[in-house]
Design a protein around this ligand. Structure first.
Ligand SMILES: NC(=O)c1ccc[n+]([C@@H]2O[C@H](COP(=O)([O-])OP(=O)(O)OC[C@H]3O[C@@H](n4cnc5c(N)ncnc54)[C@H](O)[C@@H]3O)[C@@H](O)[C@H]2O)c1
Length: 257
């Protein structure tokens, strides 16, 4: 990625995508955001692609990427942040239409956009891609399609890194833990989610801020990570590290001052 190219952020109108687009624009990059429900970001120079962009539609992605490159020049950085959360259901009640929706947007959509952008990056011998996976793709949970889709995102990240490594294109993933986006806050406010239960298993006893995920993504796009490709970087306040301590009676409190 370089400052003279364009960085495309999918799902850029909200949440982690929005925080990432704002950060990258503040760093001086030309950033174009696309979203299925496009809304401009206040207080940033990030450019909104005004037409709805559905990452799960092959035709929409192929034409959309071509039109964006025509309007804004070659895409040298890509952030695949568009996604939908998993619906929590007992296994008997998992509806296969819901399964298909989550897999189509979270896994197939990530692959479609990465391929549409990455093939051209490889021809130009230059580019960096970051896919937003999840700690849910590294652990188990009653969100059957979502965990499988996110594990798939971690897998295709490695495959694409190997595919394009010799062409100078790096592909990495970040795996956020529970991140304080508007949607998560709404879930907490409605009582569907319990903030304390989400925070307690983490080593740091807290949720992740969208900007903390954005900082990791910006690092993976930047030349500061020039030797890094094919990794999955958890940004989870120690969720992976801390979860198994419940079996031993829980995590220790900080010592008294
Ligand atoms: N917030 C968390 O706790 C958390 C944790 C781990 C991983 N993630 C992942 O981070 C990514 C961003 O999630 P978020 O928390 O910012 O959610 P969010 O709902 O705030 O933002 C997601 C954005 O993606 C857009 N989008 C949804 N479907 C789309 C489609 N088909 N095509 C294009 N855009 C689409 C939405 O309109 C929205 O603007 C997702 O992949 C999510 O799975 C989130």
């Amino acid at each position: 990625m370089s400052a003279d190219g364009t960085i495309l952020v999918t799902g850029g109108s909200r949440g982690i995508g929005a925080a990432t687009a704002s950060l990258l624009a503040d760093q001086g990059h030309r950033v174009v955001i696309v979203d299925i429900a496009p809304e401009p970001l206040a207080g940033t120079n990030a450019i909104l692609w005004p037409a709805p962009f559905d990452v799960a539609s092959e035709a929409a992605v192929v034409t959309g990427v071509a039109d964006i490159e025509k309007a804004h020049g070659p895409i040298t950085g890509l952030v695949n942040a568009a996604g939908v959360f998993g619906k929590m259901h007992p296994i008997e009640r998992v509806r296969m239409e819901q399964w298909d929706r989550e897999v189509n947007i979270d896994l197939r959509g990530t692959f479609l956009v990465a391929r549409s952008v990455g093939v051209a990056m490889a021809k130009r011998r230059h580019g960096a891609i970051v896919n937003v996976a999840s700690v849910a793709g590294m652990t188990s949970g009653p969100i059957h399609a979502y965990t499988a889709a996110k594990a798939g995102v971690i897998q295709i990240t490695q495959t694409l890194a190997a595919e394009w490594g010799r062409a100078g294109v790096r592909v990495n993933a970040v795996s956020p833990g529970f991140t304080r986006t508007a949607m998560l806050e709404a879930g907490i406010a409605s009582g569907a989610l319990d903030k304390e239960m989400l925070a307690r298993p983490t080593a740091m006893n807290r949720l992740v801020e969208p900007m903390e995920v954005a900082q990791a993504i910006a690092w993976l796009l930047s030349p500061l990570s020039s030797g890094v490709t094919g990794i999955n970087l958890p940004v989870d306040a120690g969720y992976i590290a801390g979860t198994s301590w419940a079996a031993y009676g829980g995590l220790p409190d900080a010592p008294a001052n």
